[in-house]
Design a protein around this ligand. Structure first.
Ligand SMILES: Cc1cc2nc3c(=O)[nH]c(=O)nc-3n(C[C@H](O)[C@H](O)[C@H](O)COP(=O)(O)OP(=O)(O)OC[C@H]3O[C@@H](n4cnc5c(N)ncnc54)[C@H](O)[C@@H]3O)c2cc1C
Length: 335
């Protein structure tokens, strides 16, 4: 085992939405920060955000197999790279709604009340929207919660084809609204992500070190089991040990849970922070139903998603159970 000769104030594991954003927030404090990322920098390609590549051709799936609850193997859609899944995401940065934090009855069960409420998160949403240069418009959405700050930039126009659709939906008495999008305003890389807005700016800071291709395999606690004091990573096939006061685990919902489970020790035989036995359980993915409408007119098929309809978010007068958010999205012509 190679023991790193530095001692860090903070180790951040992962550079996705969580890790990239927290590294950006911590860097100006001057604390000595190590960022460990299992992936590498990702080439900027047209395919990064083209639905047909992301979804149909399964271009951005991790080179490993996971297993579903029936033990069946599958190829996971998760991206190991600097920026994590934000390198391939839709770049829609929506806030949760105030009522999402209350007890909500769904068709298949109850979503229990949170101990934190929307107002506890609101200042962080505002700060994140500033950092990620979110382009949006709070008007017209019947479910939009209150904002203490406006979006830093106005919503971009819809593509002409989407504008036509939006107007047709509004004529039905619904309230199509623009989706809040993180945009760089650069032609070669228009979409914001946690590499561009989080990691890249802090790499110039002398107190921040990023090591890529560093897969964390275990978290080590002190002898009482109360604190994580060391992080073990595989780098070029060799085990390395890094020491720190604080460890931020930001490997994504599944890999963070997996790491806590595989870090089980004598004090924590079922994995770290797993007194409940719920670590790694009840994880969900987007539940999606697609309605595809063919149109005689040809279109480029590459427009980004830019509009949503939230009129049925809390159900309607006939069915008072939340439906879902609807996003209208491009690329169907090429699928
Ligand atoms: C196709 C797609 C479209 C999406 N569209 C949207 C959208 O429009 N809006 C939205 O809000 N969300 C969207 N999401 C979801 C969003 O991308 C994720 O919620 C978000 O990226 C999660 O952030 P995270 O930091 O928790 O994890 P991730 O972004 O997954 O980052 C985890 C990081 O940790 C690294 N890592 C993992 N394990 C280890 C390890 N053992 N050691 C070291 N590093 C490790 C990974 O390489 C990665 O960089 C989308 C996701 C996908 C896949």
């Amino acid at each position: 085992m190679i023991i790193d000769d530095q001692y860090y104030d903070v180790i951040v594991i992962g550079t996705g939405a969580g890790g990239g954003t927290i590294a950006h927030k911590l860097a100006p404090t001057g604390k000595k920060i190590l960022i460990l990322e299992r992936g590498d920098f990702m080439a900027l390609e047209e395919q990064n955000r083209t639905s047909v590549d992301v979804f149909k051709r399964e271009r951005y799936h991790a080179p490993e197999q996971w297993y579903d609850s029936m033990g069946e193997p599958f190829s996971p859609q998760t991206n190991y790279a600097v920026g994590g899944n934000t390198k391939i995401y839709g770049a829609v940065l929506q806030r949760m709604r105030s009522r999402d934090f209350e007890t909500v009855k769904h068709q298949n069960g109850i979503s229990p009340e949170w101990c934190l409420k929307y107002n506890d998160f609101e200042p962080y949403y505002s700060a994140a929207e500033q950092l990620y240069r979110v382009h949006g418009n709070t008007a017209h959405d019947p479910t939009e919660p209150s904002h203490s700050q406006d979006y830093p930039y106005p919503a971009p126009d819809h593509e002409p084809r989407i504008q036509t659709l939006t107007e047709a939906i509004a004529q039905q008495g619904l309230h199509p609204t623009t989706l809040p999008l993180t945009l760089t305003r650069q032609d070669d890389d228009p979409t914001g992500d946690s590499e561009v807005f989080g990691i890249e700016p802090v790499l110039k800071s002398p107190n921040v070190t990023l090591i890529t291709s560093a897969k964390v395999v275990s978290l080590h606690t002190n002898s009482s089991g109360q604190m994580i004091k060391a992080v073990q990573a595989e780098i070029n096939g060799n085990p390395h040990l890094f020491l720190a006061d604080v460890v931020v685990l930001a490997c994504g919902a599944i890999n963070s849970a997996a790491l806590m489970l595989q870090s089980a020790n004598e004090k924590h035989p079922d994995g770290l922070a797993n007194g409940s036995g719920l670590v790694g359980r009840n994880l969900m993915k987007h539940l999606m139903t697609a309605i595809v409408q063919r149109d005689g007119k040809s279109n480029s098929g590459t427009f980004r998603r830019s509009v949503s309809v939230n009129d049925f978010y809390w159900g309607d007068e006939n069915f008072a159970i939340p439906w879902a958010i609807s996003r209208i999205q491009g690329d169907c012509s090429r699928m």
